[in-house]
Structures are given as C-alpha cells and as structure tokens.
Design a binder for this molecule. Structure first.
Ligand SMILES: Nc1ncnc2c1ncn2[C@@H]1O[C@H](COP(=O)(O)OP(=O)(O)OP(=O)(O)O)[C@@H](O)[C@H]1O
Ligand SMILES: [Mg+2]
Length: 247
C-alpha cells in the first residue's frame, strides 16, 4: 500500500544531478491570481517563457505588471494558479519539500526588499545559505573576500543590516545569493538602490559570473541602461510577455 502511494506521490521529483538537467526552464501558459479578502487580483495572465542554460536576461515592464510574481514562480517561492513549469524534462516539484531542496541546491535569489536577517552581521548573512546546502565544497572564501572587496563591503563585514545603507544591504543580498554557487540567479532590481558607479560594479560582477561560470541570470530592472548588460530583454505588460529583443 505504501509503495503504491509512493508511485503516485509527486514528491518523488528527481533532483537534477547536474546543472544541465535543470534546463530549459519552461513556463507554459502560467496564470497567477492572488486572493485577498475575496478579491482576486490577476498577476500573471498566460505567460510563456523559456530559459536556457547560460541565458542572461532582463525582465522589464511597468510597476504591477507581474515581474516579481514571475521571479517567485522561477524561484519556487510560489506556484502558478494554472499552467505549468518544467525544469528540464520534469514538471516542477509538487511539494514544498521538493521545491525547497531544488531552491537550496540550485537557485540564488535577490529579493526586492533584500530580506536580510537583522540579527546576523554582513558576513554571517552572506554565509547563511551555505548552512543549508549539501555541497559546501564549491565555496571559496578567497573569492568571496574578493567579491566583498570589489563591492566595497569587506570593511563592513562585521556590521549589522540596520547599520548599512540601502545600497550596501542590496549588495549583501546579492553576495548572499551568489555565495551558495547557484546555477540560476534571480535578481529583483539588483541595482534599484545603487548609484551609477555601484550599479556598474554589480552589473560587471554578474556579467563576469555569467561568462566565466555560465551562471544563468534572470534580472528585473526598470532601466534599459542596466538591461543592456544582458543578452535578452523580455518586456512584460499586464501579466504577459509582450515582446523580446536581443541586446
Ligand atoms: N501577495 C499579494 N497579494 C495580493 N496581490 C498581490 C500580491 N503580490 C502581488 N500582487 C499583485 O499582483 C500584481 C503583480 O505584482 P508584482 O509584485 O508581481 O508586480 P511587479 O511587476 O513586480 O511590480 P513592481 O515593479 O512595482 O515591483 C499587482 O497587481 C500586485 O498588486
Ligand atoms: Mg516587483
């Protein structure tokens, strides 16, 4: 009986063993409705998107068009109301446990609101995802130090989030997303709180990781200027993709 149940338990999503097996990531006719107080807000309305290994793409569109909702779908933070998402040849894990494992092992996220842990200092915040990751061997402290120096965070490594500027918090959030060596980086306006010099530093770091390590990146931005560091720009309106161009 137990075995019979297991056969149909979709938590048996097979975790990819190599990053290649994650791709392509495909969203097919994805709809998402949020329900608040009996009112349904449509956030995604039939979205189709394919992301291949090594893609670097920017998502652009007006406030409220569904960009963060899309990243939450890709980051397995939230699930579609209808439609499907494929990771490689498999439908996305149907259970929270399956989603958490996939997220922990392969995905780094930079949230629009940073989500730093107030009780931990800069260094501890950056190292946090590694506590939960199985393959810690991929982590290189010397490289992390170099990244922190490049983004001018090293001298602030013992500071707590409340002692940092918005831009510094944003850079900590980016390094936290990168420290666990994800295959897929999802960044929600990673330059939103940075001045132009800092934005260039952040965009160059992402570009290097994309080129040198084939990091797949999906980045939300309001500014064409930063979108041009990517290879593909996807334009959204009212929960759908309305156009795309190669940069
Ligand atoms: N948790 C939620 N509950 C109810 N409605 C939500 C929720 N999250 C988002 N929405 C609604 O879904 C739509 C899409 O929101 P989303 O945050 O994805 O937009 P966005 O493109 O990221 O906007 P911005 O550029 O302002 O960050 C909006 O109408 C928003 O009000
Ligand atoms: Mg948003």
């Amino acid at each position: 009986m137990y075995k019979f149940y297991k056969l149909f338990d979709r938590s048996s999503f097979r975790q990819p063993t190599t990053a290649d097996e994650l791709y392509p990531i495909q969203l097919k006719d994805v709809h998402k409705y949020y329900d608040s107080g009996g009112i349904q807000t449509p956030a995604l309305r039939g979205l189709n998107l394919r992301i291949d290994h090594g893609d670097f793409l920017a998502v652009m569109g007006p406030s409220g068009c569904g960009k963060t909702t899309l990243l939450n779908m890709l980051g397995l933070i939230d699930v579609p109301s209808s439609g499907s998402i494929y990771w490689g040849q498999q439908p996305a894990p149907a259970t929270e446990k399956g989603r958490t494992t996939l997220r922990r092992d392969y995905i780094g996220m930079v949230f629009q609101q940073f989500n730093l842990v107030e009780e931990l200092n800069v260094y501890e915040n950056i190292m946090l995802p590694l506590r939960y990751k199985k393959q810690k061997a991929t982590f290189d402290p010397a490289e992390l130090k170099e990244w922190m120096q490049r983004l001018r965070l090293w001298h602030r490594r013992h500071a707590y989030p409340y002692e940092l500027s918005g831009g510094q918090q944003q850079k900590v959030a980016l390094l936290r997303a990168l420290a666990s060596r994800p295959s897929l980086l999802l960044a929600d306006e990673p330059t939103g709180n940075l001045d132009s010099t800092e934005s260039v530093q952040v965009m160059q770091l992402m570009q290097e990781l994309h080129r040198a390590q084939r990091l797949t990146i999906v980045m939300v931005t309001h500014a064409e200027q930063w979108a041009h560091y990517t290879q593909r720009i996807v334009y959204m309106l009212d929960g759908k993709i309305i156009g795309e161009k190669q940069t």
